[in-house]
Design a protein around this ligand. Structure first.
Ligand code: ADP
Ligand code: MG
Length: 204
């Protein structure tokens, strides 16, 4: 695990995928991260190219195998035969689906900062497959797609949103989508009550 700065400096990369934009969920999704106390430090709408999507997912060299393993397990849990027993091969199939999916329309890319940002955002978005994401999470509350539905039609699971899975992924993904000068360093008043040791100055 990479050494962190002060915990309130932790940053994570989030992308509202094309289905999230089409479903007019940008405001609701942003609201969830604001509600928990995270600070928005970068945001832009863009049209990703297929090449940019492939690079995004392969910044982590283990991603293909991981996604393959997770998918095979998900297929089995739902009583579906996986398209292959080889995680790398399933990973490759998913990557092909993903570049079509994410390059299909505008997305909203963001960087969120705050205590435990990486873990917290993953908790709020829920697990990969909306069918099995917990109620109360973004993927669990706003969509119902499944491995079975996606696989039957040969497409990516449409789950509205991407968020970095680890500090290392966050660092690489932020650098992939944003330049240094697009990330704004500023204070937000909430930070005082969220992080300061002394909370004096409240009473008149
Ligand atoms: P997460 O987005 O939860 O980090 P992964 O990194 O494992 O999930 O996968 C990236 C994205 O690929 C998922 O969000 C989903 O859109 C898509 N995906 C994952 N597994 C499959 C699959 N078996 N079939 C179709 N699409 C998939
Ligand atoms: Mg991931």
């Amino acid at each position: 695990m990479e050494k962190k700065h002060h915990y309130k400096e932790e940053k994570t990369f989030v992308m509202i995928k094309p289905d999230g934009v089409q479903r007019s969920l940008v405001g609701d999704i942003v609201h969830r991260f604001e509600n928990v106390g995270l600070k928005l430090v970068a945001i832009k709408m863009l049209l990703p190219t297929q090449d940019e999507v492939e690079k995004h997912y392969t910044v982590n060299p283990e991603w293909k195998r991981n996604v393959g393993e997770k998918s095979i397990e998900g297929y089995r849990k739902n009583g579906v035969t996986p398209p292959s027993e080889d995680p790398e091969e399933v990973g490759n199939i998913v990557l092909g689906y993903l570049s079509d999916y994410l390059a299909s329309g505008p997305v909203v890319a963001m960087v969120w900062q705050g205590g435990h940002a990486v873990h917290l955002v993953r908790k709020l978005i829920g697990s990969t497959e909306p069918l099995s994401s917990d109620v109360g999470t973004i993927r669990g509350d706003y969509v119902m797609d499944s491995y079975e539905m996606a696989d039957g039609d040969g497409r990516a699971v449409r789950n509205l949103i991407h968020a970095s899975g680890s500090y290392e992924e966050a660092r690489a993904e932020i650098a992939h989508w944003f330049s240094e000068n697009e990330i704004i360093r500023y204070h937000i008043i909430n930070e005082k009550i969220l992080y300061d040791v002394a909370i004096d100055g409240v009473l008149e």
